[in-house]
Design a protein around this ligand. Structure first.
Ligand SMILES: Cc1cc2nc3c(=O)[nH]c(=O)nc-3n(C[C@H](O)[C@H](O)[C@H](O)COP(=O)(O)O)c2cc1C
Length: 172
């Protein structure tokens, strides 16, 4: 089985998750940034990683996902919000349209530190703005700062191992 881990990452969070997943997968598994990833037709199973940009996958990841055709894929992502939030669930759901020809085996999402420049900008917004500073949001930004952490990476590896086991089972 030809397997690839393809990811897009602006500030390194998703790359960390991608590298941890890749290191746990069988020898010969490819690892590529979307910016220089080869055609997806080479692969039977694609672990596709993106960072959440305004509620959905970042554009570069979207572009790669749209040219996937019929493969089995597993989605992983990082975002600033809490991974068990409705927002996180919606972000994963929103990606379905970009991979409509594929079988999505499973998905994984964890928090990732938010670019400090973005936080500085959000601090300048009125407190009642949807992204403006309030106690909950300041806590969220601070909580995100240490992610992805060792637990996130261990969870990602565990998740990838389950995806791989499923992919090895005979297809119905
Ligand atoms: C322009 C921009 C938009 C973002 N939009 C969201 C968002 O809609 N929801 C969210 O939870 N996090 C959002 N984030 C936070 C990132 O998804 C998060 O920090 C992610 O871990 C960045 O991944 P990377 O380091 O791989 O680039 C945004 C960050 C940036 C810079």
């Amino acid at each position: 089985m030809n397997i690839a881990v393809i990811y897009s990452s602006k500030t390194g969070n998703t790359r960390k998750v991608a590298e941890a997943i890749h290191a746990s997968l069988p020898d010969g598994t490819a690892l590529h940034d979307v910016a220089n990833a080869p055609e997806s037709t080479n692969y039977d199973l694609v672990f596709m990683g993106f960072w959440v940009d305004k509620g959905t996958a970042n554009l570069e990841a979207q572009e790669y996902m749209k040219q996937l055709n019929g493969q089995r894929i597993a989605l992983f992502a990082t975002l600033g919000a809490y991974p068990d939030s409705d927002h996180a669930k919606q972000c994963l759901t929103s990606v379905a349209d970009f991979v409509s020809t594929c079988t999505v085996a499973d998905s994984f999402i964890c928090q990732g530190a938010i670019d400090p420049k973005l936080i500085e900008w959000m601090k300048t917004l009125p407190a009642d703005d949807p992204h403006g500073p309030n106690d909950d949001r300041r806590k969220l930004w601070a909580d995100a700062e240490s992610h992805p952490d060792e637990t996130d990476l261990a969870n990602a590896i565990n998740w990838a191992s389950g995806v791989l086991d499923l992919a090895k089972e005979p297809q119905a």
